[in-house]
Design a protein around this ligand. Structure first.
Ligand code: F42
Length: 148
């Protein structure tokens, strides 16, 4: 794994607890969003100001070994901080979807490609469409591809 550095857990208690339980169990526990039963992944980024290592649970939107990372933040008016981390250091990103994290290459999707992935995202997690109605920003979608 290429992403080294000081790990700073999320200030949000439920997020921090989910990451800790997921990692401790190798992804066999805490692997869904609360009681929805819908699967999550853990995304590791580098803080765009501190350089610290950050871990963020996101919904699992997977297609042919690639993943969409949807910066919805529940339809909040602003992008989540991890959006800026991905923009600043797209080469320093890990995904954990199971027992071990792996390196990914990340790019922000635009145009038709974003639309195709947005539809996959809504199929995996229907509330994304409500989140898009709730906010004036276009919710960013990144595509993450396993580095070989
Ligand atoms: N959020 C989504 O946007 N999409 C999802 O699909 C999603 C699914 C999901 C499933 C389970 C779960 O437990 C949480 C889920 N979330 C989802 C919420 C997600 O995990 C994040 O909590 C949320 O998106 C907010 O992201 P955030 O990066 O804004 O996180 C905040 C709470 C946070 O950690 N902030 C840190 C802080 O200290 O305030 C900043 C961390 C950081 O990277 N800091 C930077 C640095 O350099 O270190 C700079 C900070 C700056 O000032 O710019």
């Amino acid at each position: 794994m290429s992403l080294q550095g000081h790990y700073e857990p999320s200030p949000s208690g439920w997020v921090r607890d989910q990451v800790e339980a997921y990692e401790a169990s190798g992804g066999t526990e805490a692997n869904t969003l609360r009681d929805t039963g819908l699967p999550i992944i853990i995304v590791t980024t580098r803080g765009n100001k501190t350089g610290n290592v950050r871990k963020t649970p996101l919904m699992r939107v997977e297609h042919n070994g690639e993943y969409a990372l949807v910066a919805s933040q529940g339809g909040a008016p602003t992008h989540p901080v991890w959006y800026y981390n991905l923009r600043a250091a797209p080469e320093s990103v890990l995904i954990q979807d199971g027992p071990e994290p792996f390196d990914v290459d990340v790019r922000e999707a635009t145009g038709e490609e974003r639309q195709v992935w947005w539809e996959r995202a809504v199929a995996a997690f229907p509330p994304y469409s409500e989140y898009q109605i709730r906010t004036e920003r276009t919710i960013p979608v990144f595509i993450a591809t396993k580095r070989v």
